[in-house]
Design a protein around this ligand. Structure first.
Ligand SMILES: *Cc1c(COP(=O)(O)O)cnc(C)c1O
Ligand SMILES: [Zn+2]
Length: 419
């Protein structure tokens, strides 16, 4: 293995016992079933990934390519990332905090969610390892991104989803010609089936046997936030949690930038957001527990509906280490969160974005996120895909004949009502 060119990667390493494994399509330690994670050669990375070098690189997530687990040049999803970091002054006022930023992955390329980050890494690596078929277990956005990126890369795709997902998420997988399999069960059952299929078929399951590589793509969300803040780690980051992977990788990303001397070692907190209808991690955090209890999901935030979160334990640890908090919000609060973000910042997020915004509001109100501080909200998916969640809960179209008189009459009658 030492002679094989593996870029800046050193090995896969067990998060529990530290045993090292070759950089193959494998994800659990044989000794303790701990999850494997990519280990890097940070001394070499430090010489190559400098602020000066970054100046001439493309504005995609691949500008941090030394820290992403592909050996050669990426071949899938080369345009992903570097989404806007928006200063959200109006939303800050509405939520009662001094300074607020939105990391806006609702406009990520090509499928409008943060999953384009993880998928471009997973598929680029899958190709390096010689796979011609890719697959995933998904709550929706992952399926969309695997389907689209596999299509453009000429890979065969099988995506497995709970059968009752939003229509927008289903159509956004089918249109790319992927094999879409709806499982009559919730995500945790989809995931269990996929683990069996992955063991039997020689496919690259992006979030099963390719999970160590896949998950690393999330770090780019953190690198971009820090670079866009002038190489500063935000005091507070509020992150939606499904499996808890994104939250743990944001922490890994911040720590790597400190280690490489690209960001100062400051105090910061990473907070987690869930829907009350699927809140195993936030319930455990609020109770001060290190372990979560699995739940059966029942929430409009389907993209976050994972009752047995694979990285829940590690997410709890990150919140504890950084002094972060978690909270959860009801379906009505999620819709209100979507509206707050849309009406104040002109950003239409999916239900997960409503969760993050509404949880931030709660954390600010309770003082867990101090009103005098600065925070970044990770807004991870686009509202056009979850119209089902807001239909009937937004304003109503007023219909009139194409006549100026009718329009004036309408305005006058409304004035009378509001007077
Ligand atoms: C997948 C997903 C997340 C977070 O997922 P993790 O499993 O916790 O990494 C957040 N928001 C959206 C919109 C997602 O699709
Ligand atoms: Zn181990």
């Amino acid at each position: 293995m030492s002679e094989k060119h593996e870029g800046f990667m050193k090995a896969l390493k067990c998060r529990e016992c530290g045993r090292e494994y070759p950089l193959e399509a494998t994800h659990v330690c044989e000794f303790d079933f701990g999850p494997l994670e990519v280990a890097y050669d940070y001394d070499r990375i430090k010489k190559s990934l400098t602020k000066a070098a970054l100046q001439s690189r493309p504005r995609t997530m691949w500008r941090y390519r030394e820290l992403l687990p592909v050996a050669g040049e990426p071949t899938v999803g080369t345009q992903v990332g570097f989404t806007p970091l928006v200063k959200a002054d109006r939303l800050a006022r509405a939520l009662g905090i001094r300074e607020l930023w939105i990391k806006n992955d609702t406009v990520n390329y090509p499928t409008l969610s943060f999953k384009d980050r993880v998928v471009s890494v997973a598929l680029s690596r899958s190709r390096e390892l010689g796979f011609d078929t890719v697959a995933c277990a998904s709550t929706g956005n992952l399926a969309n991104s695997v389907a689209a990126n596999a299509a453009s890369a000429g890979l065969k795709a099988y995506v497995f989803i709970p059968h009752d997902l939003e229509q927008g998420k289903v159509i956004n997988s089918l249109v790319y010609g992927a094999n879409v399999i709806g499982i009559k069960g919730h995500y945790d059952e989809v995931n269990r089936l996929c683990a069996e299929i992955a063991g039997k078929f020689g496919w690259a399951f992006v979030n099963v046997n390719m999970r160590p590589y896949y998950a690393e793509g999330s770090k780019s969300h953190a690198y971009e936030i820090v670079e866009q803040l002038g190489w500063n780690i935000p005091q507070h980051t509020v992150v939606p949690m499904a499996s808890g992977s994104l939250l743990t990788k944001i922490q890994k990303g911040y720590q790597e930038l400190i280690k490489l001397g690209l960001a100062p070692e400051t105090k910061y907190a990473v907070h987690g957001a869930q829907a009350t209808g699927c809140s195993p991690i936030s319930v455990a955090q609020k109770a001060g527990l290190d372990f979560f209890k699995p739940v059966k999901p029942n929430t409009i935030a389907k993209s976050l509906a994972i009752g047995t979160p694979a990285d829940g334990f590690y997410a709890l640890r990150v919140m504890k280490e950084t002094g972060g908090a978690a909270d959860d919000v009801t379906d009505d609060e999620i819709r209100e969160g979507i509206r707050l973000l849309a009406e104040n910042e002109g950003i239409f997020a999916e239900t997960a974005g409503g969760v993050t915004t509404a949880v931030a509001k709660k954390l600010i109100a309770s003082g867990k996120l101090p009103a005098n501080d600065s925070a970044v909200l990770c807004i991870t998916g686009n509202g056009l895909k979850t119209l089902d969640a807001v239909v009937g809960h937004v304003g109503k179209t007023r219909e009139i004949k194409p006549s100026l008189r009718e329009f004036e009459a309408m305005l006058a009658s409304e004035e009378k009502v509001s007077a």
